[in-house]
Ligand binder design. Structure first.
Ligand code: GLP
Length: 227
């Protein structure tokens, strides 16, 4: 049973868990999300890094997804550069993005596989940019974004005309191959989709429902939730 805690407390809990992963395995491969949900967690990671002198130099960072049709400032690469890589002084050679690496899954596997991947969830049940419907067998692939996803991301763009409609994303198999998964969901508007995804049937129309198949999934919410 997850008891209601503040978004800030939950974000700090996740930051502590991510840093623990690095402490235990300094050369961990991390899958990192974008969007609103993880911003507070990234702030706590920066603060804890300063306080605990965390060494990120051996870690490898993998963006979950990336737009195919947007400019640099709106890209998820830029989001991670400004919120994570720059502040933590991560070497560019340790930062990977599905747009810049031709065979993303092969690159991840050749480096030992993902150790920890942090996910948010879209209100239509997408994880990374695996939009409904997505095959359980999918690896990294290109997608057309749904109208609901484009609407949700509209605020990050100056006008509706330039909201991207295409992306590349880690697939379901890519995500399920991660040894640890953390799923974060903040706000009552995410409770219903989280309930459907984790308590309902596994369904290609709710890609987050595939997470039920993972043996090491940790869920962090700022509302009461129980599986
Ligand atoms: C975006 C991202 C996802 C993110 C989701 C939720 O489209 N591709 O990685 O988890 O939508 O975003 P937010 O955290 O802003 O609600």
């Amino acid at each position: 049973m997850i008891l209601a805690k503040s978004k800030d407390e939950v974000s700090k809990d996740v930051a502590v868990s991510v840093i623990s992963q690095i402490t235990e395995k300094p050369d961990s491969l991390l899958g990192l999300p974008t969007g609103r949900t993880p911003l507070n967690m990234y702030e706590h990671i920066k603060e804890l890094t300063r306080k605990r002198n965390v060494d990120w130099s051996q870690a490898q960072f993998f963006g979950l997804d990336e737009y195919l049709d947007t400019d640099r400032l709106q890209s998820f690469k830029y989001y991670l550069e400004t919120n994570v890589y720059g502040p933590l002084k991560i070497s560019e050679k340790n930062c990977s993005n599905p747009l810049t690496i031709v065979n993303y899954d092969n690159a991840i596997e050749s480096m030992g596989g993902l150790d920890l991947t942090v996910l948010g969830i879209g209100t239509n049940g997408h994880i990374a940019f695996n939009e409904p419907p997505t095959s359980e067998l999918s690896w990294t692939h290109c997608v057309w974004l749904t109208e609901s996803t484009k609407d949700a991301n509209m605020e990050f763009f100056e006008s509706p005309e330039i909201v991207p409609d295409k992306a590349v994303t880690m697939g379901i198999q890519t995500l399920l191959s991660s040894r640890r998964l953390i799923l974060m969901a903040f706000g009552s508007h995410k409770k219903e989709i989280l309930e459907r995804a984790l308590k309902g049937p596994v369904d290609p129309l709710i890609p987050a429902s595939y997470l039920q198949k993972h043996q090491n999934l940790e869920i962090y919410t700022d509302f009461e939730f129980s599986i």
